[in-house]
Design a binder for this molecule. Sequence first.
Ligand code: ZN
Length: 270
Amino acid sequence: MALNFVFTIDGDWDQYFSTRLGQEGRRPLPERELPLVEAELDMAAAVGGKFVHFVHTSPLTRDFFLRPEFVALWRRAEAGGGEVGVHCHEEDLYSAWHYADPGRMEPAIGDLVRGLRAAGLSPISYRGGFMAFGPAVIPLLEKNGLALDFSCDPGRHLVTNGALVSDWRGAPSNAYRMDSADHRRPGGSGVFEIPLGIYIERQSLWAIWKKCRALAASGEDVFVTVLAHTYDFASWKMRLKIRAALEICKAYGVFLSPAEALNKLKGAGL
Ligand SMILES: [Zn+2]
């Protein structure tokens, strides 16, 4: 029995989530984001380079992270044993979410996948912004060769301003193959789900240690993710906490790249 972690970093920046800044102020800046991604790569070395950086796309900024200076970093991530994935914040911040609208999601996902592949990168992973996800996304992931989803936060039921953003009530807390009609149920789609296990920002190191110990004692093969954000890397305290969290996870389990996790899940006959 083995405890398997995938270290995931959502490529968001603080200003994106600001309700005080205007459109311009919310945009990412190369000089601000590039050093943070560099710090991610340094951190990933602590787990053998095995991580996935989720590349942000949103109506605010479609292909900012396909600029050559970022593509060079994504290539370094892949060369070091890591990967890039697709992170769609298809929303009007805190007011409307479009994850159930294929007309919005199809170009958002497809264009980023094509942009990354055209740059020689090999994305196979998806995560919705705010963990937003629904059955409409599943065929889009299948069509675009994204065989892994990382949007599941078991039990999460996020409603903002009266809109349902994310519903993972009743979802398994271990990896499963998704049902095409209900993302929270095991089934026969072409997409595997690896749920969230450790949310570094929101859990204390003590809670992370307890969670790892419980997962390792579960007596089954477990696949879960460890979540951080690019904006975390702006703080030395958060970098220290992430590093400590990774060491705690390593004491109880192993880190896999998404491709390695996918191979194991297929090998297990899921
Ligand atoms: Zn995000």
